[in-house]
Design a protein around this ligand. Structure first.
Ligand code: GTP
Length: 171
């Protein structure tokens, strides 16, 4: 077998949605960290997943850092957008941020997959996958492969399945 392929994956979404927690869950026992702090700027995490190497750019979701996201659009092979499915107060903000991404000049005509993680599915009253699809107006996203998976960043539930889909798109 040849060398594993590397792919740059941009991980974005509002602050507190669970981006760093999800990535931490994918790490091996000895590289996992016990406590996750809010990301300042961004962190790069190289994680081996099945037959591919994912080079994740874990961006801060805080409003003051969201302007950094676009600097990574050009070199990204896929986008993961994380939404806190229990944070109903900010579904509209998530929708606006996602719309800005998919309509951005450097993304619009770029054929890269979009994986949406409806995280915090364990929280009581969390929105279902279908509700998230409606809130984020997924039907308006044309011209790229897009999927929504519900996840629990803490237990890891749903993450493998979602990344398997993403890996299958990386050809
Ligand atoms: P920024 O770095 O600020 O952009 O945030 P982030 O998206 O990286 O979120 P982070 O991983 O720091 O998680 C925010 C909080 O949500 C932490 O307290 C996590 O423990 C918690 N959290 C993450 N995923 C889940 C989940 O699936 N369920 C629950 N209940 N809590 C979660």
């Amino acid at each position: 077998g040849g060398r594993k392929k590397d792919f740059n994956i941009l991980v974005i979404g509002l602050d507190n949605s669970g981006k760093s927690t999800i990535l931490n869950n994918l790490k091996t026992k000895d590289t996992k960290v016990a406590t996750i702090n809010p990301t300042v700027g961004f962190n790069q995490e190289k994680i081996n997943f099945q037959s591919v190497n994912f080079n994740f750019f874990d961006m801060s979701g805080q409003s003051r850092y969201r302007s950094l996201w676009e600097h990574y659009y050009k070199e990204s092979n896929a986008i993961i957008f994380v939404i806190d499915s229990s944070d109903r107060m900010r579904f509209v903000v998530s929708n606006e941020e996602l719309a800005d991404v998919v309509n951005h000049a450097e993304i619009k005509n770029k054929d890269i997959p979009l994986l949406i993680l409806a995280n915090k599915k364990d929280v009581k009253g969390a929105a279902s996958e279908n509700e998230i699809k409606n809130e984020l107006e997924i039907n308006r996203i044309k011209g790229r492969n897009c999927k929504v998976y519900s996840t629990n960043g803490l237990s890891g539930e749903g993450i493998n399945e979602a990344l398997e889909w993403l890996a299958s798109e990386m050809k």
